[in-house]
Design a protein around this ligand. Sequence first.
Ligand code: PLP
Length: 405
Amino acid sequence: MSNHPPVSRELFDEVMVPNYSPSAVIPVRGEGSRVWDQQGKEYIDFAGGIAVNCLGHCHPALVGALKEQGEKLWHLSNVMTNEPALRLAKKLVDNTFAEKVYFANSGAESNEAALKLARRWALEVHGEHKTQIIAFKQGFHGRTFFTVTVGGQAAYSDGFGPKPGDVVHAEYNNLESVKALISEKTCAIVMEPLQGEGGIISPTDEFVKGVRELCDQHNALLVFDEVQTGIGRTGDLYAYMGLGVTPDILTTAKALGGGFPIGAMLTTTEIAKHLKIGTHGSTYGGNPLACAVAEAAFDTVKDSAVLAGVSQKAAIYNEGLNAINDKYHVFKEIRGKGLLIGGVLSDDYQGKAKDFLIAAMEEGVMTLVAGASVVRFAPSLVIPDEDIQEGLARFERAVAKVVNA
Ligand code: PLP
């Protein structure tokens, strides 16, 4: 039995750097799509740790893999390879367009590797002029300095002094804005195949196919950031598979480890060869413990019943949210794909997504926001249908509270 001294939310303000403002609730236990806090209050989890807990909390397959590997071997360093990393890499390669894998520990790090690789590739294949990176306004790629610079939100990238250079931003779903920027100097276009943090915005068919064509015309790489959309979230193993557009580099993290930190960058042999020995690395990237858990998550999600369940569960959400909306008229649109769902607040509630999140928490359901005016849902891919119904009933009470406030 552990014998820790009691802690409370107040301690956060005392001992933690103030970059977060966490809820007053401290969860202590989770099982499936239910979570309990210090006081024993139960919550239904529609947030999934921001699209991370693809199999809910403490899924037996993940707990089993963690325990098994935890008693075998945790860490070695990249001076040696290890069995779980090799097995997971093989599965990623066998199930995607990719031929090579680089392991990291987070989404930002996976993107950092992708950006550095794209720059290396362009330099070595085409020359020093080819450094421009085109990304998108409202895009989000992580919090390292390169990735916030590539992300399209000044609130995250400004205020830290000079940024990495030659990064420009076009408008998502506006092919003309990409055409206006792209040239032989473009090294890569970086995009989310569904903008998550930016407000749950799907690309149009014409846009995503047009971006691929522009990359091909200008010898630029297409980088898909699938950190949020990957591992079954949209109903396909990776979102690119449902779009009919294949990137040159893909990044994946979040749900890859089902809650254990891991990320990966996937690409072709031809591109990968430019990250030669010593050009990039990470102490923890590809460590056996993370890879063993990720392998179990991957095997479980890849099951066709899990992937098929995503659209069936998404239909329950859409029906339930529309029914709530018919009564309360809080959303002007319910959008997204699979179990990445955004309720766009109507004009009367603009900027108030957080109010819904707080009220939902009070009613016992965890939700997310995507910007100030979109309420986001990213539950476990295997959330039981009864939990969806019960969570929606609680969410309806939260909506009523906000509307009647
Ligand atoms: N890329 C996308 C599309 C994301 O949604 C996120 C996180 O929200 C990241 C990258 C950053 O991932 P991490 O926080 O693991 O660095």
